[in-house]
Design a protein. Sequence first.
Length: 372
Amino acid sequence: MSMFSLIRFRQMVKKEFRQLLRDPKAKPLLLVSPIVQFTLLAYATTTDVEHIKTVVVDQDWSADSRALVQAYTSTGYFDIVENTFHIERIPATLDRGEAMVGIVIPPGFSADLRSGRGAKIQALIDGSDASVATVAQSYVGQIASSFGAKASGTIRPTGGTELRARAWFNPSLESRLFNVPAIMGTLLLMTCLMLTTMTLVREKEIGTLDQLLVSPVSSFEIMLGKITPVMCVGIFHLMIFVSLTLFHFGVPFRGSVLPVALAAFLYLLASMAIGLLISAVSSTQQEAFMLMILCMLPTVVLSGFLSPIETMPKAFQALTYINPVRHFLDIVRGVFLKGTGIVELWPQFAALALTSGGGLLLAMSRFKRTIA
């Protein structure tokens, strides 16, 4: 028997597709589930801080103090849930979670502002959510400084340095443009892991894998026939995700299709390699599912999706170099937002190719030993 036969391979692929789509629940899961998951995650994973619930204690009750409150509400960052004269209302509302920021405008605010002595206000911020609290504190300070400069007529200081900042590639600084392309990597990883791992382990449990071993099919044809349908499903899901990213969420696509297609192909191979490794060391579906969760969470956390890699400890930063999710996210974000190509992203492509090729070779070796 030859080591590889196109006829046997084609029959294996047909058999795997039939087995994959035989369950009536499989088609809705493969078609509807990625759309629902992608849409939910894209709307939920936002780091934009807006509509911060705020309590205002205005003890000056002047035209200037009311103008300051209006300056906060007009930005859209702050929603005034209560405007009172009693300062003890701030601790009560912060404790109950009814507000996150409390702003105190003391008596004499307007007089100090007009006299040139400099007016002071106080901001009390719920710091239980450190990321939101940091952004809220920055907003409070910037709006207060801008209002004070306008009121005193010193918007543009004489002498010194004037900063004119401009954000490239994402001028509005919307987190959606940064997060939505990255969600593709997470969902593709999850799909490939589940399909590759669970189908193989299920065949182990019911004994159909043993029947394949006594058939005139080589181990290479078995493995290749099993990962080909998963690759096709992954490419189909990628097309859905890219369509939603461009046409529903309005993320700009400034690059070309070739880098995304090449990166997706390598990334899907790496994801299936991880699934093959998990299925090779698992005896039951429950064991495979636990290993899959144990593997998936660190890869997502160490990808730079949830937090910047530069803020991680040095040891964990080194681990990210063998994480294919990190390299795929770098490529997708670069192509979508910056329009970069293979020439600029060759280190990421090289790392993704090495991790994909090494993982797939290891998975092949382990898979062959398992079924031998």
